[in-house]
Write a protein that binds this ligand. Structure first.
Ligand SMILES: [Zn+2]
Length: 164
């Protein structure tokens, strides 16, 4: 059995032929596990409380390709994490911000350091109940934000432009 390593997060798992994403760069196994975690969120309101934060974190971690949609995705989802963690902005306000920001077209490609596999969706998948899920999502999302620390000034500039 061959092992695949997710190029975006470093998650390592037996390779599969499952579909992956159109413009984000997860391995098929990483994408499938994220799908299972999303299914839990969509079937249980207690899990769903973490949905926006998880979406911002997973998309910020996995939108590393050159495609225009990936470049847009990493900018707006990193902005979502910065608004959440640094500015204490509420969920509905973040969603409004993301919709406005997505109308822009100035999204250069930003460079990703190589992932070491220490921050992956598997840590959220392992949660046994909704409270563990919420803490796992919070730990994961704050680590994804820290991983992109070298890009925070660029994202802060984007936030200021959108807020004008
Ligand atoms: Zn991954």
């Amino acid at each position: 059995m061959s092992i695949s390593i997710c190029p975006a997060c470093g998650f390592s798992a037996p390779d599969t032929d499952d579909p992956t994403h159109a413009y984000m760069s997860p391995s098929a196994a990483c994408w499938a596990m994220y799908g299972e975690v999303l299914a839990r969120e969509f079937s249980d309101a207690d899990y769903y409380r973490s949905h926006r934060l998880l979406t911002d974190a997973y998309c910020a971690q996995h939108s590393i390709g050159p495609d225009r949609r990936a470049r847009q995705s990493i900018h707006i989802h990193l902005a979502g994490l910065i608004l959440h963690y640094h500015d204490g902005v509420s969920g509905p306000e973040i969603v409004r911000f993301l919709k406005t920001a997505a109308r822009r077209s100035d999204f250069p490609r930003i460079s990703a350091p190589a992932p070491d596999g220490s921050v992956t969706i598997e840590q959220i998948y392992a949660a046994g109940n909704a409270d563990e899920h919420a803490s796992a999502v919070d730990a994961y999302a704050s680590k994804v934000l820290a991983f992109w620390e070298h890009e925070h000034p660029r994202i802060r500039a984007l936030i200021e432009k959108v807020m004008q």
